[in-house]
Ligand binder design. Structure first.
Ligand SMILES: [Zn+2]
Length: 179
């Protein structure tokens, strides 16, 4: 795809999405599902635009919960979503996905300081920047396994997605979960 005059202006991008949605809705038929994911799995992944979770994992509509944020970090809010996913909507397995070329590899906690300098207010959140994908994934796995809010912590697996090959590489959690 080459950059061309046919590309919408930035201000028009939401209108482009709305036009696509009208088309989608016109062809949509009610699948008649309830809110519980068919496969009983929640996937936590980075928001990176190069990861098409459904295609990469062979997922269909209704199969899983997808929880995405910058880095695919297990934050308190990620735990909030996982808790609702498990306790209210019946999921039992957790898949965690980091990826090569992640934007969080290129920033540090200084980002937070820079934001504070720019706006005059300290962000209440940690940046959760990391420099090593594997070690951060091990930490993410432990955060899920150690959460007292989650009833199902037996099936928690972590991966690094290669944005150049599309392949997942499993990360050995290293240490056994605390109970
Ligand atoms: Zn990322």
């Amino acid at each position: 795809m080459s950059p061309s005059a046919a590309e919408p202006s930035q201000a028009g991008v939401t209108d482009r999405l709305l036009a696509a949605n009208a088309q989608y809705s016109a062809e949509f038929t009610d699948p008649g599902m309830d809110a519980r994911p068919v496969l009983g799995v929640a996937v936590v992944a980075c928001m990176d635009a190069r990861i098409d979770l459904h295609r990469a994992l062979g997922l269909e509509l209704g199969d899983c919960h997808t929880i995405r944020n910058a880095g695919g970090v297990v934050t308190d809010d990620t735990i909030r979503s996982l808790t609702i996913s498990q306790r209210a909507l019946g999921t039992r397995s957790v898949v965690l996905i980091h990826h090569t070329g992640c934007g969080l590899l290129d920033i540090t906690e200084d980002f937070r300081h820079d934001v504070e300098l720019a706006v005059g207010q300290r962000p209440p959140w940690a940046v959760e920047a990391f420099w090593d994908l594997d070690s951060d994934m091990r930490q993410a796995i432990q955060r899920v396994r150690n959460s007292p809010f989650l009833p199902f912590r037996d099936d928690v697996r972590g991966f690094v997605f290669d944005v150049r090959t599309g392949l997942l590489r499993e990360i050995d959690p290293g240490v056994t979960a605390e109970r």
